[in-house]
Design a protein around this ligand. Structure first.
Ligand code: PSU
Ligand code: MN
Length: 311
């Protein structure tokens, strides 16, 4: 018995998610920070609903995760999603914030770390997001490394993503994932994706061609047992949908300089940079971001479907 596969009393699945899990049907977790802090209004609500629809079309039940009034919820209804998309000042919760938010009856959107943790506690094995957090470029000065990496090193979850946000130090992030024993495979690519870009230029050791192969790796993880590490399935945006690399590099340099000038740090830095990129590219980064997340939701649904067949 794994510690993360057991449903936890502190986590409340929706009726639909609980039913699907009890019947062994495919379920895909979705994070809520991308809705509250990662995307501009009103597109964010449309995207939240659309991602759930993509998961459904792929034959799986969507489980968007958030903490509402102190309750860690796995599977939200429309009114809940509206709240996440519009509530002013909604918190951004990493894994360490969960017990505090629960005890103080607070509400917040969950990052990759908190979403992975809660999904695993609820018994959901597959999770789709945009880009993971990672090691920030100024790490040597501020030691800012996303809690996403630490959680993934001790949580049995398969996360489908388009790499890590390109605002980060990508080689350092990959290095850290290697050290912490997190498995990474490229989905039909031999290079680590660059979130808005098809490639970050960093090579990967492994590539897979199908959802069935992802499910086989998950089975092998369980067969080996031991440390409960994650599997990252890195799925790039199609070349035609990527952000123009020259535009990307130019606006990103401006964004980093501006964050430095304004002294933006901590939890605020990721939303600040993402927002700067959206404005600085006249929305083109948003289009690439959305294409990436949509593709990830579709692949995650396929992986969850293969996975559930084997259970
Ligand atoms: N990827 C996106 N948009 C986002 C995020 C990732 O396209 O908003 C969020 C995720 O929730 C991720 C978080 O877990 O940013 C990382 O924040 P930090 O760097 O503060 O750990
Ligand atoms: Mn951080």
């Amino acid at each position: 018995m794994t510690t993360t596969g057991r449903p936890s009393a502190a986590v409340r699945p929706s009726e639909e998610v609980a039913d699907a899990l009890s019947r062994g049907l495919p379920v895909v977790a979705l994070e809520s920070t991308i809705i509250s802090h990662g995307l501009p209004q009103p597109r964010n609500l449309e995207v939240a609903l659309e991602l759930e629809e993509i998961v459904r079309r792929g034959g799986a039940v969507p489980a968007t995760i958030a903490v509402l009034d102190g309750v860690a919820r796995v599977g939200l209804d429309r009114a809940d999603l509206e709240r996440i998309a519009t509530e002013p000042g909604l918190r951004k919760l990493g894994q360490r914030d969960l017990p505090v938010a629960a005890a103080l009856r607070a509400s917040g959107a969950t990052t990759v770390s908190a979403t992975s943790f809660l999904a695993a506690r609820a018994g959901v094995r597959v999770f789709a997001t945009g880009g993971l957090g990672g090691v920030h470029r100024a790490w040597t000065q501020d030691q800012d490394e996303s809690a996403d990496l630490d959680t993934l090193s001790r949580t049995r979850i398969t996360v489908v993503c388009a790499g890590v946000k390109s605002i980060l130090d990508v080689p350092a992030t990959l290095q850290r994932l290697e050290t912490r024993g997190v498995s990474i495979v490229g989905y039909r690519t031999g290079e680590f994706p660059g979130f808005y870009l098809r490639t970050s230029g960093q090579p990967l050791d492994w590539r897979i061609e199908s959802p069935a192969e992802a499910a086989a790796i998950m089975r092998a993880q369980d067969a080996f047992g031991g440390a409960e590490t994650a599997l990252i399935v890195a799925n790039p945006v199609p070349e035609a949908d990527q952000l123009d690399p020259a535009l990307h590099d130019r606006v990103l340099a401006e964004a980093l300089a501006e964050a430095d000038r304004q002294g933006v740090t901590g939890q605020a830095i990721t939303p600040f940079l993402l927002d700067f990129l959206v404005r600085g590219t006249a929305g083109a980064s948003l289009d690439a971001n959305l294409t990436a997340v949509r593709g990830n939701a579709a692949i995650a649904a396929q992986i969850a479907s293969y996975w559930s067949k084997e259970h």
